[in-house]
Design a protein around this ligand. Sequence first.
Ligand SMILES: [Zn+2]
Length: 313
Amino acid sequence: MDPDLEQLKQHLPMLEYLRRHNWTPRRHSARQEFVGLCPLHVETRPSFYVNAAKNLFYCHGCGNGGDLIRFVELFLHVSFRQSVAHLQQELAAKARSAPTAELLAQTAAYYQLQLHCAPEAVRYLERRGLRDSAIAEELGIGYAPGGTLRRHLAAQGYPLDLLLHNGRVVNLYGRSIGTAFPHRLLSRSKGGLFAWESVSQCSAVILVEGLFDLAVLWQSGFRNTTSALGTHLNSAQLDQLCDRRGRLIYIVFDQDENQAGQRASQQLRLRLERTAATAFTVRLPVGHDPNSYFVSGATAADFAACLEGAQPL
Ligand SMILES: [Zn+2]
């Protein structure tokens, strides 16, 4: 069969389509089989079976069976071509109503898959000290080879206008690993602190600038690390950081030669002074950020010593 039609059926599972059109089945067996009243004729005892794994139906009452295209032909009394056109419209409608989160999840999953096909990206992660694949997966790290996402999402049935009119915060952060573009940030708005839901319960929190800083710290066991994706915290991030009385906040910004990181620490200190939190600035060896510190061979114990030596602001 036409690969486009195979794809159409794959993205519009039979069971999902029938349920949307008010078919109420019960599970017939553990093998992904469902049974209910046949939508194609009047009956009182269920004889219409759908195999969700095979994406096929069969009715023991009227003897009809086949795929979703065949079902629509019979159900709507239309030709094969009209059935396909109807299903294409259904797919487009489904994609238009897809929540943004679903689109983002699709995009992230696609990029994560691409990472495994891109040795240069894996090498880049290794150079940045990220070796634990479980952490990479947890952080949703992927690889965007460029110019392929649109085609992929279109094949999934998502129209391009949905991508363009994506009104919500897009929390995809990217950087180029080549030399053409040294650094690229794709986020529209920073939103809250990174992975805050997993850190918010901690009485002590480590705040770093970048995601590679965070990645190596998580990898080394400092799971109470979060990031504001930069040194400037928006008010939502500041509120999160101070939402618990008595929380200890360790600020570990880059130790820049031009003092930019140190200045940012001071500015944050002034803002934190007005809250109930206790903040510390953590000094790393000159020229280092947490990522480069670990890449240069520092251990978890070395970093813990830096935390212990931190000065209260
Ligand atoms: Zn039937």
